[in-house]
Write a protein that binds this ligand. Structure first.
Ligand code: ADP
Ligand code: MG
Length: 348
């Protein structure tokens, strides 16, 4: 699975970069962080230094948020769960946890970083993947531990506590988006006006347009074909994220089980969607909302889009109907789309 997803990411990256004309001067780097292959491309004379800044910032955040490094902020927080002690955190970890709590509330619990114990029961949580279908009783025991309201932030703003023994936080659904926003801020501070960040598994942030002034062309993967294209979006200055059950899954007795879990049932979300793409200003919003909308399913996802405002989305349904919200109408190109998809524009 690891190799498969590396290959698919590299393929996605090639698709993504295929439409780019080489800039006069640009710097580019691929690196491994947050359990995935990332790439940064920055145009202009300051590109090399900017790429270096982005890489070291993302590695720094990775070390704070990692669940496998026992010294990370998140590991220390998890280890202290239920003990009543506060864990002192870096400003960034405190900030991302505070945001995560707010996202849980805003999405009606569809997104919840305290999903970790249930992720582990399925074998999705750790890097040593030992996939298994947990029995109903195990899930019922673990579900009370999935509750962001029992992730308490200290009044000092630099500490947190998980109230129940056995609770654990996993930032897998938010860390890449948060890292993208930090990276974009650093690039903007450095005066960069054209950059593309691909933080792996379809968490993409775009600074400005391509060096030649034309929009970036971003291919959204066909959920049914890892080297195929669902559609191409022409975008500038925004963030996008795609969540799909195909990123990590296993099969047992002819059933497919994937890594996006419904916190209400503890089982892989079965919402009739095969992928969700969110396009918005902030990477953190894009990363979280693509996961949350995938859990919600079409009806709730469109209600959320109408109420929340400020973002657009593509809901690829398992029946092949692809719902595209109206703000993306002029940016959508379906020339390279795989067979069997029909596109419908959704109005507010
Ligand atoms: P990817 O990490 O492949 O880009 P997503 O952004 O959709 O995929 O996030 C999936 C990751 O988020 C999972 O690997 C897991 O760590 C975590 N996760 C799974 N389900 C949820 C959920 N309902 N709420 C919050 N995080 C989740
Ligand atoms: Mg996500």
């Amino acid at each position: 699975m690891k190799i498969r997803s590396l290959v698919s990411m590299t393929a996605a990256l090639l698709v993504l970069l295929a439409g780019c004309t080489p800039a006069e001067e640009s710097a580019e780097r691929q690196f491994f962080a947050m359990d995935t292959v990332m790439s940064v491309k920055v145009s202009g004379p300051k590109g090399e230094k900017a790429v270096e800044t982005v890489c070291s910032e993302i590695s720094r955040l990775d070390a704070l948020f990692s669940r496998t490094d026992p010294d990370s902020d998140i590991s220390r927080l998890n280890a202290a769960a239920g003990s009543g002690t506060w864990t002192t955190l870096s400003g960034e970890t405190a900030e991302v946890l505070t945001m995560a709590r707010a996202y849980a509330e805003e999405t009606g619990g569809a997104f919840d970083v305290t999903i970790a114990p249930v992720m582990d029961a399925w074998g999705f949580g750790t890097t040593e993947e030992t996939y298994q279908v947990p029995d109903g009783e195990t899930l019922q025991t673990l579900l009370p531990l999935v509750d962001s309201q029992k992730l308490t932030m200290g009044e000092d703003g630099t500490s947190a506590r998980l109230e129940l023994a056995g609770m654990e936080a996993d930032l897998g659904g938010i860390a890449k988006g948060y890292a993208a926003d930090r990276a974009v801020s650093l690039l903007e501070e450095a005066g960069i006006t054209s950059a593309l960040l691909n933080l792996g598994t379809s968490t993409i942030s775009l600074v400005g347009s391509k060096a030649d002034g034309s929009p970036w062309r971003v291919a959204v993967r066909d959920p049914a074909d890892e080297s195929g294209t669902l559609c191409v979006l022409e975008l500038s200055d925004c963030a996008l994220s795609t969540s799909g059950g195909y990123e990590r899954y296993f099969e047992e007795d002819g059933q497919v089980y994937h890594h996006i879990l419904d916190p209400k049932t503890g089982a892989p979300a079965q919402s009739g969607l095969s992928s969700v793409t969110v396009v918005t200003e902030q990477g953190t919003d894009a990363d979280v909302w693509s996961t949350a909308l995938y859990v919600m399913g079409t009806g709730e996802a469109l209600d959320f889009w109408r109420q929340e405002g400020g973002f657009e989305c593509i809901l690829c349904q398992a029946d092949g109907t692809v719902l595209v919200t109206e703000g993306l109408e002029g940016k959508l190109n379906t020339e390279e789309s795989g067979d069997g998809y029909t596109f419908e524009i959704v109005r507010r």
